[in-house]
Design a protein around this ligand. Structure first.
Ligand SMILES: [Cu+2]
Length: 154
């Protein structure tokens, strides 16, 4: 019986190994781990638009209740996904910057990092009110495009 248990343990370790590698690869310095496509699905779509042949989709995810460590001031995860508007093919390379105007008119700027199929950053939306999000992005063709939207925290 002991032998069987040991074998199962080895099997489980073998199975767990690729998952561990995946998690490490996608650890982009953000506090939430295992961040991937299913997490992207959790964020709600807050803005979608076609800018000069590129379709951009923004999602915002409230990280409340996700077990964020104390002392982390970021409250939300902002995600941007790009695709060729004609072919629908995802555009996963590029540079993405966001400037946000907070309800009290102060600003925060963020570089969105490339993560599994989207670009993302943790942002602070601690106060209620209207946030203006302005995004400048440069995808494969090297052209700088921009998109903006409002997001209201109730
Ligand atoms: Cu992300």
């Amino acid at each position: 019986m002991k032998k069987t248990a040991a074998l199962i343990a080895v099997l489980m370790m073998t199975m767990a190994a690729p998952l561990a590698v995946t998690a490490a690869e996608h650890d982009h310095g953000s506090m939430h781990e295992g961040h991937g496509s299913q997490m992207a699905q959790m964020g709600k779509v807050v803005h979608q638009q076609v800018v000069d042949g590129v379709k951009v989709t923004f999602r915002i995810m409230d990280m409340k209740g996700m077990g964020m460590p104390a002392g982390i001031k970021e409250t939300h995860h902002l995600m941007a996904e790009f695709a060729d508007a004609g072919s629908g093919k995802p555009l996963t390379e590029g540079e993405v910057k966001v400037k946000m105007v907070n309800p009290d008119k102060s600003e925060q700027t963020k570089d969105l990092m490339g993560m599994e199929g989207h670009f993302g950053a943790d942002i602070v939306m601690a106060k209620r009110g209207k946030y203006g999000v302005m995004c400048k992005f440069k995808v494969k063709d090297g052209k700088v495009r921009s998109s903006k939207f409002w997001y209201v925290v109730k």
